[in-house]
Design a protein around this ligand. Structure first.
Ligand code: BGC
Length: 725
């Protein structure tokens, strides 16, 4: 390979402008491909157009190296599933994997080899708009969902012929942006980095994610794109991961803005040295590495390594042997929006719904006792918003909106609707018309929140309150004093204290994808008992953020008594509005007979913790059984609670199941001040319950011997066995 051909492999170009896919693939672009100047395209799609482009690369360039086609297929390709924060609310890695698999089937049928997903950044500040793209605040839940997605996309633990290569992003602490302002610095301790932000990445690396994407931001002043220690040291050398590392959009050039590179050549040199292989869109590697290499031949070896890693994934994907296998237009037509994909989207969407509050058990609705329903809110007819901010090839017209879903589910009821107010603007003039139909109806379903463009990349907000028009609409509808069910649509936890005081029923629907309306109707009319759980807490007010259930123990633990000087705000209760893991059901579940297999566990051994869960309600429903732990005396302060196991189980009326969590001492390891995973001897307390704030049974055991841990503790999976009829 010539130097130019090597550099060409490092180049990823945008094949389309923003969401206008393929729009840049003109003759000049084909010439670049013929000359071997491109390794990959993003923002492209379509079996046929990409097949033509691939043919040029394979048949008309000197070396015939195939191109890699990439896109952000984040929660579906054409069949759009719930946004990732909603998928995480299922607490079902199986459902997450299924959604990713279907996305991969559609995307690969449409000519794509590579998705920039899963986004596995832990997010503890809901002001950060990108919290919607991940699995929320917890590293254990985040790690399980990361693995599920990698498996779903790739169909196994390496990219393989015909599969969609996954990207674990954005390595390593993008979600820790100070103040939740997107792209901002992360100024976190080494322990927080290792214990909170890195575990999902370790889990994704172990699951064989073919690529990683580097975060835009810096950690304690070291921009990640130039972070040799983290990228080369931790990820590649210590974790042994050898996949393709792609920069984020233009991020290599941004090293100049960060103030660690004087010019593009210096930026290119830093990124290559850190082991970034591919330059997304920036053109810095292509244009400026040559000069670097002529001055510093050591960089040539690093360039060769980068090229090799790119060629290796192309080989793993089968592109050298069968470059045209992703370009079957008939398969594409068959796969996109296939009926079984839609059906899966409905199943997963209803699993994502979280019942936050159900005072007086207003839900489920009994359609036989109602004559009319008013559906109020602009979001109830906003199909585009149900698709979220990453919608790949999703189309608004594919969406069953909430209004459509309710109308279809209740053909005998009179359904009226009015927008009332739009979350985007402060126009309140349509509210009176909405109140008029609410007055005339037996019940109002009020859908309020954020639209698709109020969360996502660069959509951080300083306020977590509902947009003012939405809260005003809610106040006035609730003031009518008639039965109201509030549906929330949003991409982040919101501070809805006032709403929660006034509204008897609140259902969190996030943004649920193409089957949103059917899923919501299934829950409202009791066809499905909701069982989603919050993957991130809802604060009472914006100023209570960041709040995390898993905070370290302090010298003055928060006490509800205001007279005491403890770690709390004087103007707020010490609890969040809705806790991590919270979610109600139409059923009732009783926890009993906690048992443990041993009192003391040694290195290499396991402890089994078992509990019986019984559905004492009258209908089938799911329960999410959660296991939390605490190390009460260690050489460093440990979190007051940490999730270390969970299982979503289905129980018929009166049915019981026994759930056994099997843990190893290494899952209690912490990052020691010496920079190692350490498991200390001593007592461990544990709780089993229905949320981080609803712990039903507890026990403790001893770890018999201090020893080294092997890996980020939260990344290690707890085995769960479910038995019973
Ligand atoms: C985002 C990435 C995304 C990339 C390509 C960037 O702005 O940060 O998450 O994969 O664009 O669309």
């Amino acid at each position: 390979m010539t130097l130019e051909e090597k550099l060409g492999q490092l180049v990823q170009r945008a094949g389309g402008r923003s969401k206008a896919l393929n729009s840049r693939l003109d003759d000049a672009e084909l010439e670049r491909v013929r000359a071997g100047g491109v390794g990959s395209y993003l923002h492209v799609a379509g079996a046929e157009p990409l097949g033509r482009l691939q043919k040029v690369a394979v048949e008309e360039s000197r070396l015939g190296i195939p191109l890699l086609f990439a896109m952000d297929v984040v929660h579906g390709y054409r069949t759009i599933f719930p946004v990732p924060l909603a998928l995480a609310s299922t607490w079902s890695p199986e459902s997450e994997e299924r959604a990713s698999r279907i996305a991969a089937e559609e995307a690969t049928a449409a000519g794509l080899h590579w998705t920039f997903a899963p986004m596995i950044d832990i997010a503890r500040d809901p002001r950060w708009g990108r919290i919607v793209e991940g699995a929320g605040e917890d590293p254990y839940l985040g790690a399980r969902m990361a693995v599920a997605q990698v498996n779903g996309y790739q169909g196994g633990n390496t990219p393989r012929p015909g599969s969609l290569m996954a990207t674990a992003k954005h390595f390593g602490a993008y979600g820790a942006a100070i103040g939740g302002r997107d792209y901002n610095s992360a100024d976190i301790s080494e322990r927080t980095l290792q214990e909170v932000y890195l575990p999902p990445f370790y889990a994704a690396a172990r699951a064989g994610s073919g690529s990683f994407m580097v975060a835009f931001n810096d950690i304690a002043g070291v921009p990640t794109t130039a972070n040799r220690e983290l990228l080369r040291g931790t990820l590649r050398e210590r974790w042994g991961w050898q996949g393709l590392m792609v920069s984020d959009w233009g991020a290599i050039g941004e090293l100049i803005n960060h103030g660690v590179a004087a010019d593009r050549a210096a930026a290119a040199s830093l990124a290559l040295d850190a082991s970034v292989d591919m330059d997304m869109v920036g053109g810095v590697f292509a244009e400026d590495l040559k000069a670097v290499i002529s001055k510093d031949p050591a960089r040539l070896r690093q360039l060769d390594e980068a090229v090799l890693r790119i060629l290796r994934v192309k080989e793993q994907l089968g592109l050298f042997d069968k470059p045209m296998q992703y370009h079957d237009a008939e398969r594409e037509a068959r796969e996109l929006l296939a009926p079984d994909h839609r059906e899966a989207a409905r199943v997963v969407a209803r699993q994502s719904i979280v019942l936050l509050k159900n005072e007086g058990r207003l839900l489920p609705l009994d359609a036989t006792k109602l004559r009319s329903i008013a559906v109020i809110g602009a979001l109830a007819t906003d199909g585009l918003s149900e698709l979220g901010s990453w919608r790949a090839q999703g189309k608004a017209e594919d969406v069953v909106t909430v209004l459509k879903g309710i109308t279809a589910a209740a053909p005998d009821l009179k359904i009226t609707s009015a927008p009332g107010a739009d979350p985007r603007n402060g126009d309140l003039t349509a509210i009176p018309a909405a109140l008029k139909i609410a007055r005339a109806a037996d019940l109002t379903i009020l859908m309020i929140g954020e639209d698709f463009d109020q969360s996502g990349e660069s959509r951080s907000r300083s306020s977590l309150e509902l947009p003012p028009s939405q809260m005003e609409l809610a106040r006035r509808v609730l003031a009518l004093g008639k039965p109201v069910v509030v549906l929330l649509a949003n991409g982040r936890p919101l501070a809805i204290q006032e709403l929660a005081e006034q509204a008897p029923v609140i259902v969190e629907t996030w943004m649920l994808g193409v089957e949103a309306g059917n899923a919501v109707a299934d829950v409202l009319f009791g066809k499905y008992s909701p069982a989603g759980r919050l993957p991130a807490a809802f604060p009472r007010v914006t100023g209570a953020t960041p709040f995390n259930y898993s905070a370290n123990a302090t010298g003055r633990p928060a006490d509800p008594d205001l007279g005491k000087d403890t770690v709390r705000y004087h103007d707020l209760p010490i609890t969040p509005l809705f806790a991590f893991g919270h979610g109600l059901s139409y059923g009732e579940f009783r926890y009993s007979d906690l048992a443990q297999s041993t009192q003391s566990v040694a290195p290499g051994e396991r402890i089994d913790i078992s509990i019986t869960v019984e559905n004492t309600g009258g209908a089938t429903g799911d329960e999410v059984v959660q296991l939390y732990v605490r190390d009460p005396v260690a050489s460093v302060a440990r979190p007051v609670l940490e999730l270390r196991g969970f299982k979503r189980i289905e129980l018929g009326a009166g049915q019981r199941k026994r759930v056994t969590f099997s843990l190893t001492p290494e899952q209690l390891a912490f990052w020691s001040p010496r920079g190692q995973w350490l498991v200390e001897a001593g007592r461990i307390d544990f709780w089993v319950g229905a949320s981080s704030a609803d712990l039903r049974a507890s026990g403790s055991f001893e770890i018999s011997k201090t020893h080294m841990g092997t890996a980020p503790a939260a990344a290690l999976p707890t085995r769960v066995i479910v038995s019973g009829n």
